[in-house]
Design a protein around this ligand. Structure first.
Ligand code: ATP
Ligand code: MG
Length: 879
């Protein structure tokens, strides 16, 4: 066998399957793109699931990939077995309803024996014990020695999705025999857990569908999904003892070994630490590259745990200070060619590692010391279980992920009271949640005083759309931090800001806060009672640190739309008082870009002409182009001006008054236009009631009115098109269509009448004469009760001595209509009573007057019997 490098093997595999008609796809990111049920990608098939499930059409019927994988549940194995890593690459070839078992096995064998040139006598395959087809193909068609084919049970060789429903099937694994020196004994065989037979390739034949109750049916489109661990095959090809000795791994391990001065092989314990660091730094680089950042939950927690675990094993090896950032350079050097993205994001990735290692470094030594103390105490007291409270304190104060605490405990044969720990975690989450809710939802950790922060925050947004400012504080995930890097959600406080915080019904500004290389998108702004203005949003690029000089820039177009809406609300209030009276007071308002809602006190719904007048007045004031001005003044002076204030609102001694000429004056902190003309247009779109005595007006301004106009115009145009007329003639045409419709309905009705009369005439001809009454009993096809009634009416019109029972069946239900003419009634016939009998037979009920009745029945199969009973029923009632 040739000693092939990892990168060479990857290339050989992908080009081999390309030569067999497969489309070569790039590795998908480690973070699942469309699968919220999955934390991280654990296998080559995972990102292709939508193609296998038939939810998406694959780009080709055959594809081949080298997929980056993370298996967190192998984390405990890493360093202890020769074959497990948390990050590894999986080679795979896939068929979506295209080729199946014969091709998959033949090509696998061809690749292994002809491309990799593995000796056949060292290869073994396993098959599912019930899959005779696979056994035949391997031995007869591919030519594997039957002595090298092993049958295995469902547990090992049948693949099913965790839930047990959906596509599934048998699999077949290929093993390499590393030689007797690795054997655990004479009973060793492929599938044994020791290091002699390594499984390196798994071929899954997805041929069944499990309905969830263990019923397996053959799939119409059978799939192939294979997975071969790239590091494992490299380990075999390079004839080394473990994954940590292959070319791309050994260089990292050696790097760590140099750092700590401990040679590989010095002791079992130090080897484990060397391997853990080697493995974790690779996974760390790959995870950060794909967008994961350290946190206390989900993927972020996986990453945090990997970094902190590696940092701790560095301590165990005696490495002082931070080392992971520098060590990551080895990963860039070894994997950068296959994964250029990591090189592109190199600085960013290193910065994330540095920050996380620094955070942990601050407390790790005192944390480890504290934990050792705790463990000593436990042991001296003869106890073996660490309390949940202690573990929580280690987490809270020293940043020890609980899994790390458990691991350290296990190294000394101790355990943790996990239930109490989880309770404490939950209690902390609840505390954080309520604290957040109290802070108006922006997640500001606690109020500033608790941090001893006395920040003055000046609002300059009345005059300026942008300003330079100093970044005073950053809160991220409920914690005050000195620095954040993209991507991160955070809340910022500046010493100065043009951003208007949501208040007085006007929604907050949005915009950007930019640093040297940083871009922070402001999504919401709120003001704390102590005056601090909180900018919450997302850092999408670069880094921000406290004390940075930044530029704060609001979205000016959006702000202009807010000004239009807010100023128009002031004009609206004045116009309402003019038209409806001085009892109109503001009861609430919402000001959004070019859209406003104004609630006010008024006892009745507004009449259309009142609404029209109010709208016209506001637009007049707009066209007059009245200058707007804002002044701060003592409250008494404002009252003298007649400025309107909010009922029940507390104002300070100095207030802000917004005026438009003599027409409107209000106490208001919002942002306004300097001239009413800039509103452009004002249009009321709705008037409604909110509560007793409170009305609501909704309105649009500026471009939003234009948008509304063109929307209406489009509607008119399309209605005109449908009615095949011009806009000009639309009303006329609509009237004509309605008239035409009415005429047609009448015509249909009279045609139906004529038809009913015909039918009635026919029925009468075959009537049965009973005691001078002509009895008609008929089941009418394709009819409803209304038609039966029409036929009945005609029958009575034609002959006063008729008694009729008519029925029809719809959706298995019977409907009856009966009638009796004047003479028949006089002779004793009773339509209602006839139906009582008939409906009863059909399992229903009903009845009515002597001359007219209707009823229903559930059992249509008894209809014949019911009709046959009518002559006797009639006879019995005749005088
Ligand atoms: P094992 O029993 O050895 O853990 P597995 O049954 O979990 O393996 P599969 O789920 O069949 O493995 O994955 C397909 C291939 O991926 C394996 O044949 C192996 O080559 C590789 N592989 C699986 N887990 C790891 C790992 N933790 N590190 C490196 N390679 C792995
Ligand atoms: Mg496994």
């Amino acid at each position: 066998m040739e000693k092939l490098g990892l990168n060479e093997i990857r290339e050989k595999y992908l080009s081999f399957f390309q030569s067999k008609g497969h489309l070569r796809l790039e590795s998908f990111p480690l973070v699942p793109q469309h699968d919220p049920s999955l934390l991280l990608i654990p296998a080559g098939m995972a990102p292709l699931k939508p193609y296998f499930m038939g939810e998406l059409t694959p780009p080709a019927p055959r594809v081949t990939t080298c997929q980056k994988c993370i298996r967190t549940n192998d984390i405990e194995n890493v360093g202890h077995t020769a074959r497990h890593l948390t990050f590894f690459e999986m080679l795979g070839n896939f068929s979506f309803g295209d080729y199946f078992k014969p091709e998959a096995t033949k090509w696998a064998w061809e690749f292994v024996t002809e491309v990799l040139k593995m000796p056949k006598d060292r290869l073994y395959v396993s098959i599912f014990e019930e899959d005779d087809e696979a056994g035949r193909i391997w031995t007869r068609d591919v030519g594997v020695d039957p002595g090298h084919v092993f049958k295995m049970g469902r547990e090992d060789n049948f693949w099913e999705i965790g839930t047990g429903t959906g596509p599934c099937g048998p699999c077949s694994e290929i093993y390499f025999d590393r030689g007797e020196q690795y054997s655990c004994g004479p009973d060793c065989h492929p599938g044994c857990d020791c290091d002699r037979f390594v499984e390196f390739w798994n071929l899954v034949f997805t041929q069944f569908n499990n309905d969830g109750n263990g019923n397996y049916t053959e799939l119409a489109h059978k799939n192939i999904d294979t997975g071969m661990g790239l590091e494992r095959i490299a380990c075999i090809m390079q004839q080394v003892d473990s994954l940590f000795e292959i070319d791309t791994m050994a260089a990292i391990t050696n790097g760590v070994s140099e750092l700590c001065g401990i040679k590989v092989g010095a002791s079992q314990k130090t080897d484990v630490s060397l391997r853990i660091i080697t493995d974790h730094i690779r996974s760390t680089v790959m995870l950060i590259c794909d967008g994961v950042i350290p946190s206390n939950e989900g993927r972020g927690y996986v990453l945090r745990r990997l970094i902190r675990r590696a940092a701790r094993h560095g301590r165990l090896l005696g490495i002082q200070g931070e080392f992971l950032t520098d060590l990551s350079d080895k990963v860039f050097a070894l994997s950068g060619k296959a994964y250029p993205q990591i090189l592109e994001k190199r600085d960013y990735i290193k910065q994330v590692i540095r920050m996380e290692e620094q955070r942990f470094a601050k407390t790790i030594d005192s944390g480890i010391a504290r934990l050792s103390e705790l463990m000593n105490t436990l042991e001296s007291e003869g106890k073996t279980v660490l309390s949940g409270e202690d573990a929580f304190r280690l987490y809270d104060t020293y940043g020890f992920p609980v899994d790390l605490t458990i691991e350290i405990l296990e190294e000394r044969g101790l355990t943790l009271d996990r239930a109490v720990f989880d309770e404490q975690m939950e209690a902390q989450r609840t505390r954080a949640r309520t604290a957040r809710e109290k802070q108006g939802g922006l997640g500001w950790a606690t109020s500033g005083e608790d941090f001893g922060m006395d920040i003055k925050c000046e609002f300059v947004g009345y005059e300026q759309d942008s300003c330079e400012a100093k970044l005073e504080a950053i809160s991220c995930e409920g914690e005050m931090v000195g620095e954040i890097l993209a991507p991160a959600k955070a809340v910022l406080i500046l010493d100065k800001t043009p951003f208007y915080a949501e208040s007085g019904g006007q929604v907050a500004d949005t915009g950007l806060i930019c640093g040297r290389d940083a871009k922070f998108t402001v999504e919401n702004v709120q003001k704390l009672p102590d005056g601090k203005i909180l900018h919450s949003g997302v850092l999408t690029e670069g880094t921000l640190s406290v004390s940075d000089t930044v530029t704060a820039q609001i979205d000016t177009a959006r702000r202009a739309a807010l000004r239009r809406a807010h100023s128009s609300v002031h004009l609206l209030q004045a116009a309402l008082r003019e038209v409806l009276g001085s009892h109109v007071e503001q009861a609430g308002s919402l000001v959004e870009p070019d859209r406003a809602r104004f609630d006010f006190s008024h006892f009745a719904a507004m009449k259309p002409e009142e609404l029209a007048r109010v709208e016209a007045i506001v637009n007049e004031k707009i066209l007059e182009g009245i200058p707007g001005r804002t002044d701060e003044m003592p409250i008494d002076e404002a009252k003298k001006l007649g400025a309107m204030a909010l009922f029940g609102e507390k104002y300070g001694d100095i207030v802000r008054v917004v005026r438009f000429g003599d027409y409107s004056a209000e106490l208001c902190g919002g942002t306004h236009l300097d001239n009413t003309a800039k509103v452009g247009l004002f249009k009321i779109t709705a008037e409604s009631s909110v509560a007793a005595g409170v009305r609501r007006i909704e309105a649009l301004t500026g471009p939003a009115v234009l948008a509304l106009l063109s929307e209406k115009q489009d509607l008119i145009r399309s209605v005109a098109q449908t009615l095949k007329t011009t806009e000009h003639d639309l009303a006329l045409r609509a009237g004509a269509v309605m008239d035409e419709n009415r005429a047609l309905s009448r015509e249909i009705a009279s045609m139906q009448d004529a038809k009913n009369a015909d039918t009635a005439r026919g029925f009468l001809a075959s009537a049965q004469e009973i005691g001078g009454v002509k009895l008609v009993t008929k089941i009418v096809e394709n009819a409803g009760s209304d038609i039966l009634r029409g036929i009945g009416d005609s029958l009575r019109d034609f002959d006063a001595s008729v008694a009729a029972v008519l029925a029809c069946v719809n959706d298995g239900k019977v409907a009856f209509v009966a009638c009796a003419g004047k003479d028949a009634v006089a002779k004793g016939a009773h339509a209602g009573n006839l139906l009582k009998t008939a409906a009863k037979i059909c399992g229903g009920g009903g009845g009515g007057r002597p001359d007219s009745a209707s009823a229903g029945g559930r059992d249509a199969s008894k209809l014949g019997e019911a009709m046959a009973a009518m002559p006797d029923a009639l006879k019995a009632m005749l005088k």
